[in-house]
Design a protein around this ligand. Structure first.
Ligand SMILES: [Zn+2]
Length: 125
């Protein structure tokens, strides 16, 4: 069964502002979709995590991602790293790999768009 909500994360109610935030995440999912046609549809929820340091969460193998407003406000490059990371969790169920700059558990690296795509392609063909 697909979990539409998780207790650590408060989903924002959809309004114009939240719609704009969500749009930024969806645009990045489309970047991936344009490269990898087989990418499944991914649900996006925007909101707040109980723990302020957590930027995003994915339902592993569940094709759903929860992204915080803070993550979106960190700018395009950081957000892309966050979104691509969560896409890998959500689509493949893969966990973390500390030797991979995209799938490390803490975001210590910020890859550019091309590097993000290259790293993601290791997990999603
Ligand atoms: Zn992760």
């Amino acid at each position: 069964m697909k979990a539409k909500r998780i207790k650590e994360f408060t989903n924002y109610k959809m309004d114009n502002r939240v719609y704009q935030l969500r749009r930024k995440v969806i645009d990045m999912i489309y970047e991936v979709k344009n490269e990898i046609k087989s990418l499944p549809r991914i649900d996006v929820r925007i909101g707040q995590h109980k723990c302020n340091r957590v930027l995003a969460v994915a339902g592993c193998n569940d094709n759903i991602v929860w992204v915080t407003e803070d993550a979106i406000n960190q700018g395009e490059d950081k957000l892309r790293n966050t979104v691509y990371h969560e896409i890998v969790h959500a689509v493949t169920g893969f966990g973390h790999d500390e030797s991979c700059p995209l799938m490390e558990s803490k975001q210590n690296h910020v890859l550019n768009k091309q590097e993000c795509m290259q790293a993601l392609r290791k997990y999603i063909k």
